[in-house]
Design a protein around this ligand. Structure first.
Ligand code: ATP
Ligand code: MN
Length: 478
């Protein structure tokens, strides 16, 4: 009978005493052969279990080691010790699983995040990762709640795709052809018509194109699924496999799109604060300690909770790309030649530029619109100036780009013209262009990188620490 157990979090919250309960969890520490700190992952707060002298035989007491799993039945009593109101006075203790203290990699001391990445299969059992992954869960739940409450349809777009219109070169190929001797055509090229799908296929980099098809029927859809990019960038904000949320809205322009994205981010933050305050407070303290190791001028001015509250209570700054370039050119940072990459109208903003804008100049999230068409995707709506498109990126302090979106080009001729300019296969994309042939409407959408949002809310610096098992160049463990 495992279902009669109570969760530690519920038990600690109830503040009731005098009754008997059963709890199960893992030993964090065992002091004086008497006090067990038991954790079941529902909260970072351990339940103190008191094992009175004589209750267990010596041999069994020895089996209560860090990492071992226990089933304990006992009476809930008021605690005399500091730090907790309640504790459990054990009547029976069953050791469900032993844990060899000599071999258990997680010692009751502080481990570095780098070390914990190497034992990612056990790191959920630490306070830091307990908090991070409970917050990640809360945010995922809030994503669905936000869109469901607004009447958006959750569309599951495919993981395997036959179109490579968006990110050719950065995709992971999916194939069942033999490596040693693939079938070849007359010119020596690999003949993908003999491949599993009868064509060349890849893992998706985005569900947007299919999302647009859904929006042209349901008015408003969103996707929330894994996406894959074979980009060889070893940074603290890129993964080869990450989760993306992509809403797509018919009857919607760039302005509506920005408003939705800002509301969405604020909703997620508020949901996490309301539902996971303890975890965020824990992460706030963790971050404060980490900040202390940095030189004064690199420390952030706000703590995690302060930063989140600040973002909730202030509007995001909205500027055009042209303004952004102007601000960068006028900055003392630029004049002192502190940027590694050059600044001139037409460049793709580099991470250092984005971070200067949000962290030094505006000190809050910034939405940049009106990017040069040359650096953006073919489907973005062309502005009347002939140079820019109705794109919008949201840049966040500490992260850089967190959202990328646009109003889509709904005019068939303009879209086809742009596709030809960019040498895209107009005929192959005919299914996509049909949306513009049959009842085209102004529409817009964006993609929010879920892990970057989790980073923002948890204050974790490295994206590898907010996904269960990170996939990055040269790393696919667990
Ligand atoms: P970046 O310039 O940071 O590489 P991008 O311009 O390639 O991002 P988009 O194609 O606009 O990104 O994707 C939408 C969102 O997905 C981004 O705003 C970001 O939050 C997230 N994202 C993109 N690439 C990655 C990645 N490799 N790992 C994690 N998240 C990512
Ligand atoms: Mn982008």
């Amino acid at each position: 009978m495992y279902n009669k157990r109570v969760k530690v979090k519920d038990l600690l919250q109830s503040e009731q005493t005098g009754h008997e309960v059963t709890v199960m969890g893992w030993v964090r520490t065992f002091r004086n052969s008497q006090f067990v700190a038991l954790n079941d992952g529902s909260t970072n707060n351990n339940l103190q279990v008191v094992i009175e002298l004589g209750l267990l035989e010596e041999a069994n007491l020895k089996r209560i080691t860090t990492g071992a799993s226990l089933k304990v039945t006992g009476e809930v009593v008021a605690s005399l010790g500091k730090g907790q109101k309640l504790e459990l006075k054990a009547k029976s203790v069953e050791i469900l699983g032993d844990s060899d203290a000599e071999k258990y990699p997680l010692q009751p001391k502080k481990h570095s995040l780098e070390f914990l990445r190497e034992i990612a299969h056990l790191r959920f059992r630490t306070n830091t990762f307990g908090s991070v992954f409970r917050v990640r869960h809360a945010l995922a739940f809030a994503v669905h709640k936000f869109f469901n409450d607004k009447g958006f349809v959750y569309l599951h777009t495919p993981i395997i795709t036959g179109s490579d219109a968006e990110g050719a070169g950065e995709m992971f190929r999916v194939t069942t052809l033999p490596f040693d001797n693939p079938p070849r055509g007359e010119n020596g090229d690999i003949n993908f018509s003999e491949d599993f799908f009868g064509k060349s296929t890849n893992l998706t980099v985005s569900g947007q194109l299919q999302g647009e098809l859904g929006a042209m029927a349901f008015s408003e859809i969103y996707t929330f699924g894994p996406t894959f990019r074979a980009e060889n960038s070893n940074t603290t904000r890129h993964l080869a496999e990450f989760w993306m949320i992509e809403p797509e809205m018919a009857f919607c322009d760039i302005e509506d799109n920005m408003n939705l994205a800002e509301d969405f981010m604020k909703y997620l933050i508020k949901h996490a604060i309301d539902n996971n305050r303890e975890d965020i407070e824990f992460l706030d303290q963790r971050l404060a300690e980490e900040e202390k190791q940095k030189p004064q001028n690199e420390r952030s001015e706000l703590g995690l909770m302060e930063k989140l509250q600040f973002v909730l209570n202030n509007n995001f700054e909205r500027i055009t790309y042209t303004d952004a370039i102007y601000i960068l050119l006028e900055s003392s940072h630029y004049k002192k030649k502190k940027f590694k990459y050059d600044v001139t109208w037409g460049i793709d903003l580099q991470s250092e530029h984005e971070r200067y804008l949000v962290e030094k100049h505006f000190k809050k999230p910034v939405i940049v619109t009106g990017y040069p068409k040359e650096i953006k995707a073919f489907y973005m709506r062309q502005n009347d100036d002939g140079k820019t498109v109705a794109a919008m990126d949201i840049l966040a302090p500490g992260i850089g780009e967190i959202v990328g979106g646009s109003q889509r080009e709904e005019r068939l001729e303009k879209l086809e013209e742009r596709m030809r300019e960019m040498h895209l296969p107009v005929e192959e994309m005919s299914w996509y262009l049909d949306t513009r042939r049959f009842g085209s409407v102004p529409h817009a959408g964006f993609g929010l990188g879920f892990e970057r949002m989790v980073q923002f809310v948890t204050g974790m610096t490295n994206i590898r620490d907010v996904i269960a098992f990170a996939r990055t160049p040269n790393n696919c463990e667990f």
